[in-house]
Ligand binder design. Structure first.
Ligand code: GAR
Length: 179
């Protein structure tokens, strides 16, 4: 059975969705924020949960923790991934982003969509490269922007789509890794 690690900086709702689908296949959660809810959630689920503070060697320290891990899923991990992690996990490092990339990369993509007056946005799962939300797109899900949307209501609607899309894509990528 392939083993997964999840990296996150925040609330961990995408971790919840992945855990629901993959359960004990997720063996490790790493966060760059000591107080991140994702770490609490991982501990509560009986998964090893590690805090790695930021710094120039963050990606080396993360890589050193990934022994035996087949696939790494970024879920709200708000840092750029660098070497040596990038090369070590090429094709096995995924990210979810709350927009239809290449539109609205970076922070608070749902606010960017509202500010642009978009009638539609969505979410994207992509392979990670050295850029910010620039790697090869695997799959996207569209989400409408409604007339009365606030940043919160729009992000909540995007997250419903994320929680469906991410496990689906991870399943596809795992199937390819196995074959
Ligand atoms: C998600 O909406 C994810 O797409 C976004 O952070 C949120 C994390 O929520 N990621 C990015 O913006 C990456 N550029 P979660 O901690 O509840 O999964």
């Amino acid at each position: 059975m392939k083993k997964l690690a999840v990296l996150g900086s925040g609330t961990g709702t995408n971790f919840d969705a992945l855990f629901k689908e993959f359960g004990s296949q997720i063996v490790l959660v790493i966060s760059d924020r000591e107080d991140a809810r994702i770490l609490e959630k991982a501990k509560a689920a009986g998964i090893e949960a590690i805090f790695e503070k930021g710094g120039p060697d963050l990606c080396s320290r993360i890589l050193a923790r990934l022994e035996g891990i087949d696939l790494v899923c970024l879920a709200g991990f708000m840092r750029l991934v660098k070497e040596p992690l990038l090369s070590a996990y090429e094709g096995r490092l995924l990210n979810i982003h709350p927009s239809l990339l290449p539109l609205y990369p970076g922070k608070d993509a749902w606010k960017q969509a509202l500010a642009a007056g978009a009638s539609e946005t969505g979410c994207t799962v992509h392979f990670v490269d050295a850029g910010m939300d620039t790697g090869e797109v695997i799959l996207q899900e569209r989400v409408p922007v409604l007339k009365d949307d606030t940043p919160e209501s729009l992000h909540a609607r995007i997250q419903v789509a994320e929680h469906k899309l991410y496990p689906e894509v991870v399943k596809q990528v795992l199937a390819k890794l196995t074959s």
